[in-house]
Design a binder for this molecule. Structure first.
Ligand SMILES: O=C(CO)[C@H](O)[C@H](O)COP(=O)(O)O
Length: 214
C-alpha cells in the first residue's frame, strides 16, 4: 500500500465542499483530519461536528488524528461522526492500561486504531501495542501547525518499525513536511501512508500535486 492522505488543515475552510471535491477528483480515497484542542498542542482546529458534515459531503475514508489531551473522553464523538481510522498520541496517555482500553474501544466500534508518536518519542514506545493496532503515525514535525519543515528523525523510526511489519499487521503513516522531495526517503524506509497538507492544498492543480507525490 502506498497512498496520499491530504490534510484538511491546509484547506480553505470557507469553501470546504469544493476543497473535498477537488481531492476526490484527484483520486484520493483517504482524508486526514487534524483535531487540535489548544492544550495538547498550541493550536485549535475542528471537532466532531464538522467531521460529521465532512462525512456526509464526501466518500473518502476519514483518517482522524487526535492531537488532544483526553482522547479517551472524546473518542466516541469521532467514532459516531464517521471516522475510519483514529490516531491518538501515546504522549497523551497516562498508562499502558488506559492506552489498551482506548485501542479496544476504537476497535470494538469497527474503526482502525492507530498510535501517534511525536518527533521526540522513541519508536519503542509503541512496541507493547503492536499486536493490537492497525497503524502507527510517525510525526515528522512537532504537531500543531501545517507547513513546517520535515524532521528526518522520522526516517530511522519508520525503517525500524518497517522491519516488524511482516510478523505484525499494521501500516505506517507519516505526517509533517511531506513534499515531492522529502517523501522519497520516507517511502524507501517502508512508509505506507503519507499525510500531505500544504503540498496538496497550496497547489492550484490538486491532481498534479498528488501525482507529483506518488
Ligand atoms: O498534523 C499536522 C500538524 O500537526 C498536519 O497534518 C501536518 O503538519 C500536515 O501539514 P504539512 O503537510 O503542510 O506539513
Amino acid at each position: 500500500m502506498v497512498d496520499i492522505a491530504p490534510s484538511l488543515l491546509s484547506a480553505n475552510f470557507a469553501d470546504l465542499k469544493s476543497e473535498l471535491k477537488s481531492i476526490e477528483e484527484a483520486g484520493c480515497s483517504i482524508l486526514h483530519y487534524d483535531v487540535m484542542d489548544g492544550h495538547f498542542v498550541p493550536n485549535i482546529s475542528f471537532g466532531a461536528d464538522i467531521l460529521a458534515n465532512v462525512h456526509q459531503a464526501c466518500k473518502m475514508e476519514l483518517d482522524v488524528h487526535l492531537m488532544i489531551s483526553d482522547p479517551l473522553f472524546y473518542v466516541d464523538r469521532f467514532i459516531k461522526a464517521g471516522a475510519s481510522y483514529i490516531s491518538f498520541h501515546i504522549e497523551a496517555m497516562e498508562s499502558i492500561e488506559k492506552t489498551r482500553e482506548l485501542i479496544k474501544k476504537i476497535k470494538d466500534a469497527g474503526v482502525k486504531a492507530s498510535l501517534a508518536i511525536n518527533p521526540g518519542t522513541s519508536y519503542e514506545a509503541v512496541l507493547p501495542f503492536l499486536d493490537d493496532i492497525d497503524m502507527i503515525l510517525v510525526m515528522s514535525v512537532q504537531p500543531g501547525f501545517g507547513g513546517q519543515k520535515f524532521n528526518p528523525v522520522a526516517i530511522k523510526k519508520i525503517a525500524a518499525l518497517s522491519k516488524l511489519k511482516e510478523e505484525k499487521h499494521f501500516i505506517i503513516e507519516v505526517d509533517g513536511g511531506i513534499n515531492a522531495t522529502t517523501i522519497q526517503d520516507v517511502r524507501k524506509a517502508g512508509c505506507d501512508l503519507f499525510v500531505a497538507g500544504s503540498a496538496v492544498f497550496n497547489q492550484q492543480d490538486r491532481k498534479k500535486a498528488v501525482e507529483a507525490l506518488l
